[in-house]
Design a protein around this ligand. Structure first.
Ligand code: MSP
Length: 673
């Protein structure tokens, strides 16, 4: 008996996200992209393993936990347990079909990291030395002077801090030539091509050995045999791609990674290209593990033309988008706003316009037009056509779908390249062709006819239903819920998730469309309302203002003042910030923090406690008696378990922070405007 053919296996991963913050649009983008490709691969007959997760170790997490008052390893773990569901819940809401979720604080991961370390160490690629360098905590990375911009991290624009410590090093230099060779002979390894070139020239520029342990904090995986050190957070994190598969012994690892025919794809943002395309392959080479087949680095989002940042208060919350538009429209827009691989700009206006043009007026409208005629003239039956439309001058669309150069193959080609934008173009093209044909042939008139004309009507209708079936399958990875609904409306009883299109053969057509059909996307009248509500809410999200409720109009209240563009505040907003001259009366270091000082300040007659992140630039002695500017009406916050009743203004310079001051000493307590 012949062996059953080996299944095509596909392993796709997202970065594991730092759990210190709530998920934002950028995280949702990568995860939705990975989900779309995972769903497409399933539909084309692959067995899929789809992994996402959270990165929970490192100084960044330790600091974030401390800000919320969680200290000590048990406290930090508790903090992680509280924040990780933010990601898990969002993925549920977005219908992400991941088959695995890994947390770096799980034992199964820690065990694999230790084993990975030992493998690399046994290879002779790890040694101990002293390290001195400039470190950016936000990236968890050392930089050379040359790489910094005026002493600031090129990504985060914050000062890199000088660190000196004993560290274990990985002999990355040993792998410069092998990696260079690999990249040169595998031009498809890093995608898009521009990222491949960037990686190759970086490697050609020379690799230095890499510090892979830290000893100034303890929140991490202890180095085997030397518990004073923890494994560098990036080495820890990258290994997640293996630990989730049970490297090196489990079947899943052998099937989805080691097997030379398995497709392995890391989808990442361009910000973390070097870690994935340089560090990771060299670690794997050292450990004797095959490299992933492909790394795809997508572009970054800006919001309404500006960098997405907390300071500008323009961080887009995916939950809010889902609340307003639903998961499917959010998913669709994320992959439709810009070609994958290029930077994209999130625009609320454009999102609404795309949805209206391409979904409501596009596939939604076409569906309604076609199905209404079948309902009206054929009582929902899709008849076997007896005549060809050619006889009546009708050119069918279905024949353009199959075949080597047909729409379906073109679509698959684009999807395999992760050209989601191009793939959606093809679906749109079919919709426009159908729209044109409906417009020309006027089935609402033709359907009334009998004889030969009726046969042409049936021919056309089955052509439209087949074309729509193809569009539904093409859109299903992007909008799984809506397309399930459309699939059922077309009369299929199967779940669209279970459809496998092997060799481009689409499922047989149903005999009748569904009788009960809801409008798929908001109709023309509803669109305006949703769009306005959406834009009002979006403005609220950008400015932090409460969304304008429907009731405002009804209650006859004075309309709210016009909201300024994103990133701009009104004079009223500014005057709402109470800046005061304060005098520091006492200052001391905060235990276990190299960043924070505990200050007592007087503002007029009132004494306040302020926890300020200026310890790296000022000693407590330098501060006592000094005048500072304090944000006096800030809601008190807890920092490392201590209440901070205000914030002190300082500017970043090449040499660290410099406190805001005055030319002449002002009266204590006076307002700064
Ligand atoms: N924990 C590391 C990854 C370790 S993987 C072994 C990390 N985490 S992160 O939370 O900072 O997430 C980074 C990823 O989020 C980016 O690579 C990208 O996928 C996504 N994005 C974050 N901000 C983004 C934009 N503004 N635009 C698009 N995606 C971005 O780095």
């Amino acid at each position: 008996m012949a062996d059953a053919p080996k299944p095509k296996r596909f392993y796709v991963t997202t970065p594991i996200y730092y759990a210190n913050d709530v998920p934002h649009l950028g995280h949702a983008y990568t995860t939705v992209a990975a989900d779309v490709i995972a769903r497409f691969k399933r539909m084309t007959g692959h067995e899929v393993c789809f992994l996402t997760g959270t990165d929970e170790h490192g100084k960044k997490m330790e600091e974030a936990a401390a800000v919320k008052g969680y200290t000590g390893n048990a406290g930090i773990q508790k903090f992680c347990d509280e924040v990780v569901p933010n990601f898990q819940n969002l993925w549920k809401r977005l219908n992400i079909s991941n088959t695995g979720f890994i947390r770096t604080t799980e034992d199964r991961h820690k065990k694999v990291v230790r084993r990975f370390w030992e493998t690399v160490q046994n290879k002779g690629d790890i040694y101990k030395d002293k390290y001195e360098g400039l470190y950016c905590t936000a990236c968890e990375q050392f930089y050379t002077e040359k790489e910094l911009e005026n002493g600031n991290c090129p990504t985060h624009k914050t000062p890199a801090v000088k660190l000196s410590e004993e560290s274990y090093f990985f002999r990355m230099q040993n792998y410069q030539k092998p990696l260079e060779g690999y990249l040169s002979s595998n031009p498809g390894f890093v995608q898009p091509a521009s990222r491949h070139n960037e990686t190759l020239s970086f490697v050609k520029g020379g690799l230095t050995n890499l510090s892979v342990s830290r000893s100034t904090f303890t929140w991490g995986i202890p180095v085997p045999g030397d518990e004073k050190h923890v494994v560098y957070v990036w080495m820890d994190a990258l290994v997640n791609y293996l630990s989730a598969l049970g490297w090196p012994d489990e079947k899943k690892y052998r099937e989805f990674w080691e097997d030379k025919d398995a497709e392995t794809l890391h989808i990442i943002g361009k910000d973390i290209l070097r870690f994935h395309a340089v560090y990771w392959p060299t670690f794997l080479m050292s450990a004797g593990v095959p490299l992933p087949k492909q790394i795809f680095a997508h572009g970054w989002w800006t919001v309404e033309g500006q960098k997405m940042s907390k300071t500008l208060r323009n961080v887009v919350d995916p939950n809010r988008l889902i609340d307003t538009y639903g998961a499917d429209l959010t998913r669709y827009y994320l992959l439709r706003a810009a070609p994958f691989g290029e930077d994209g700009n999130f625009s609320h206006e454009e999102m609404a316009n795309r949805v209206i043009a391409e979904l409501s007026n596009g596939v939604g409208n076409l569906t309604a037009r076609v199905l209404t005629q079948l309902d009206r003239f054929r009582n929902c039956e899709i008849r076997e056509p007896a005549a060809t439309g050619a006889e009546a001058g009708y050119t069918a669309i279905t024949p353009l779908i199959g075949g080597d150069n047909g729409y379906w193959n073109q679509y698959c080609g684009k999807m395999h390249l992760l050209d989601f934008y191009g793939a959606l173009d093809i679906a749109q093209k079919i919709v426009s062709e159908c729209d044109g044909a409906v417009q020309r042939t006027k089935p609402w008139t033709l359907g009334k006819e009998t004889g030969q004309q009726a046969a042409v009507f049936d021919y056309m209708m089955s052509d439209f239903v087949q074309a729509l079936s193809c569009v539904t399958l093409m859109l299903a990875p992007f909008m799984p819920e809506k397309m399930q609904e459309l699939w059922s409306q077309l009369g299929y009883s199967s779940s669209i998730n279970n459809v496998i299109v092997a060799d481009g053969k689409l499922p047989d057509m149903p005999r009748a469309i569904a009788k009960d059909r809801e409008i798929l996307f908001p109709n023309k009248d509803a669109i305006n309302e949703i769009r306005d509500r959406f834009l009002a809410e979006a403005k609220g999200a950008v400015t932090g203002a409460a969304p304008a409720g429907k009731d405002d109009k009804a209650s006859g209240k004075k309309p709210a003042k016009e909201t300024p563009p994103p990133g701009v505040i009104t004079i009223d907003d500014f005057m709402g910030v109470e800046l005061r001259v304060a005098t520091v009366t006492a200052a001391e270091k905060v235990e276990k923090s190299d960043k924070l000082l505990k200050l007592q300040v007087t503002i007029g007659g009132e004494t306040r406690q302020v926890i300020a992140g200026i310890a790296r630039s000022y000693s407590p002695e330098q501060l006592v008696g000094r005048q500072v500017v304090v944000v006096a009406n800030l809601k008190p916050a807890k920092l490392m378990g201590m209440e901070s009743q205000g914030m002190i203004l300082a500017a970043e310079t090449e040499d660290g922070l410099v406190l805001a001051g005055f030319e002449k000493p002002p009266k204590p307590g006076s307002r700064v405007k």
